[in-house]
Design a protein around this ligand. Structure first.
Ligand code: PMP
Length: 416
């Protein structure tokens, strides 16, 4: 690896990153003849062998539809899917397994939430409160709900360091829903959601959390957080694409109308009227992504074997090192300098377009994300058209950070 002049931090003892890396088959791939340096984990994380195996074992040995037949394979598939639901219940400390609803991802979870809560709660003149750092998936569904019901979208402003301006939270008597991200995908900021949820609860406001960027890095306890709904994707937490969860508090889910209609979600159907299935099936119309859900359960068991806090501590070492090294590059500015961050680092460089930098890094085998990261209003807030973003996972190394910093220096020389 290229080594720069500054000192390399010592990674904590007992965390065997090489042992972890050995479990990710993709890390042996070459990109443009170079070892892959995968720093796009906020977009989607790579998958350990155990997850890949669990998914393919379903297809190879127990493939059948769930909850339908009395036959053996269907029973086995159902049991495997429901075991995943219980794994996730425990992982996020939900009270009941039926509070865990399987979806295709955070986007689907948030659309379900916005459609259903809109129907249940929103009247003309009501307000939905989001924050200025939300992903489009936690903006657009609320805008659509507001349009349907004549409600207004209000926004918590963002400070220069990329945190909520808690002195300027526009709560009002009209606020019905607070929908906020736990962690920003663009800035890496870990938001003080517990405090804001407590404020919202005092005002009888329903709270929805976008946990897409938190789920792989923070221990989540939905009861301790006190949120009503919590959404996340499987694929950002070492699980398969096409999987996600919407956790909901039982009492609220009971009151919420279903989002999609179809098979599996009904009790009795006649042409005059349909009654709905009990939780969680009321919100799970159609055949779910059974293989993916089984893989998702395995991903969570895999994370638990290592411990998210150990992974997060390792990622934090990478973040600190990358921050220090990148800031030494002339004209480089980090967007998102909050005190509490996960391993996400977004930056811009004077005279260098993020797209050109991303392309040159790719030539060196380094995968980063460039652009607006589905947070256009946040880009506007910081007056940039886009950034280059490196996002770390448990399998990344200090050497890889060194490779990226050296390649960035080289690219800057070529581009300026
Ligand atoms: N919210 C945040 C904060 C995200 O980072 C993402 C994914 N980039 C989403 C929502 C949407 O997740 P998905 O594409 O998995 O539905």
């Amino acid at each position: 690896a290229f080594m720069s002049a500054s000192t390399t931090p010592v990674v904590k003892k007992g965390y065997d990153v090489e042992e972890i890396r050995a479990q990710f088959p993709i890390l042996k791939e070459l990109v443009h003849g170079k070892p892959l340096v995968y720093f796009d984990n906020a977009a989607t994380s790579q998958k350990p062998r155990r997850v890949i195996k669990a998914e393919s074992a379903y297809y190879a040995t127990i493939n059948a539809n769930v909850h339908r037949g009395v036959h053996t394979l269907s029973t086995k598939a159902t049991e495997a899917q429901e075991a995943a639901r219980e794994t996730i219940r425990k992982h996020i400390n939900a009270e009941h397994a039926h509070e865990v609803i399987f979806t295709s991802g955070t986007t689907a979870s948030l659309n379900l939430a916005a459609f259903s809560l809109g129907q249940l709660l929103l009247k003309k003149g009501d307000e939905v409160l989001i924050s200025g750092m939300e992903h489009h998936a936690n903006i657009v569904p609320w805008q659509m709900a507001c349009e349907r019901h004549g409600a207004k979208l209000k926004v918590i402003p963002i400070t220069d360091s990329g945190e909520w301006d808690l002195k300027q939270v526009p709560f009002s008597e009209k606020t019905r829903i607070l929908a906020i991200s736990h962690v920003s995908n663009t800035l890496g900021t870990i938001n003080p959601i517990k405090e804001l949820i407590a404020e919202a609860k005092k005002r009888s406001i329903i709270t929805v959390v976008d946990g897409a960027q938190a789920i792989a890095h923070l221990d989540i306890d939905v009861q301790d957080l006190g949120c009503d709904l919590y959404a996340f994707s499987g694929h950002k937490a070492y699980g398969p694409t096409g999987t996600g969860v919407l956790y909901g508090r039982e009492e609220l889910l009971e009151r919420m109308p279903p989002w999609q209609g179809g098979g599996e979600m009904i009790d009795v159907v006649t042409f005059e009227k349909t009654t709905y299935a009990k939780l969680p099936f009321k919100f799970e119309a159609g055949t779910p992504h059974i293989a993916g859900i089984i893989g998702l359960g395995e991903a969570f068991r895999w994370m638990e074997d290592y411990g998210k806090s150990a992974m997060a501590a390792h990622e934090h070492t990478l973040l600190e090192h990358a921050t220090k090294e990148l800031l030494a590059i002339d004209g480089l500015r980090i967007i998102g300098t909050a005190k509490e961050k996960v391993g996400v680092i977004s930056f811009v460089i004077d005279g260098v377009h993020h797209y050109d930098l991303g392309t040159l890094l790719d030539q060196q085998g380094i995968a980063v994300r460039t652009g607006h990261h589905c947070t256009q209003p946040l880009m506007e807030r910081f007056g940039v058209s886009g950034t280059t973003r490196a996002s770390f996972a448990c399998f990344n190394t200090v050497d890889e950070v060194e490779v990226m910093v050296a390649a960035t220096r080289k690219a800057v020389k070529m581009l300026r």
